[in-house]
Write a protein that binds this ligand. Structure first.
Ligand code: PCA
Length: 202
């Protein structure tokens, strides 16, 4: 099995993106699966085009996309991607979108096709707070999730895909509102490893 794992570049004034830092810590393989790690830009449509190129080149069996969800207090297994580009901040090329469909011909939403039950169990066994989430927002993380699930439906019927949102790192919240939640990189990386191990077994 081959698992393509992606993280995003920093955005929104941050100097790091914990999703990419944690993804880059994953090993090259786990029992039963080879891991291919790639970084995506926080740029509308470009991120999805680049992801599509990686899928075409690597022919993965599973795509596990990861991104930062600032303010979240837990690792989040996203269950749904929606056909919408809408955000209160611009992307890294200063483009701001509102009410734009990802694919005007596509359905309103897709469910993730991950083995989410075993993944949640494996994550909770690590002791790191992890839960399901029913909205990945409408920014770039949702964009690649929806876009990848749409691509799978149209061109790669056996491809399974889903999205993981990770909290800020402790060093990212020192300049933020007191009480803003964060999670050490070790914890984030431990859960991502548990996820790929679980995907490889399911
Ligand atoms: N998080 C953003 C986009 C890139 C990232 O890491 C999001 O939640 O959409």
């Amino acid at each position: 099995m081959k698992i393509l794992v992606t993280g995003f570049e920093p955005f929104g004034g941050e100097s790091v993106n914990p999703s990419w830092l944690a993804v880059s810590r994953l090993p090259e393989e786990v029992p039963g699966a080879q891991i291919v790690k790639k970084q995506l830009p926080v740029v509308w449509f470009k991120a999805l085009d680049i992801l599509k190129d990686y899928i075409e080149a690597e022919k993965p069996d599973v795509v596990m996309m990861c991104g930062q969800a600032g303010g979240s207090d837990a690792m989040r297994i996203e269950r749904v991607g929606i056909n919408l580009c809408e955000a209160s901040i611009p992307d890294n090329e200063m483009v701001q979108l509102f009410g734009v469909p990802i694919d005007p011909e596509g359905p309103a939403a897709y469910f993730s096709t991950f083995p989410y039950g075993p993944m949640l169990e494996a994550a909770q066994a690590t002791g790191v707070p992890t839960r399901f989430s029913y909205s990945a927002g409408a920014y770039l993380c949702n964009h690649v999730l929806y876009g990848c699930l749409r691509l799978a439906e149209q061109q790669y019927p056996d491809l399974r895909a889903g999205f993981i949102h990770v909290p800020f790192l402790p060093e990212q919240v020192t300049d933020k509102k007191p009480g803003t939640p964060s999670m050490p990189l070790d914890g984030i990386a431990r859960v991502l490893l548990a996820f790929v191990e679980t995907i490889a077994k399911n």
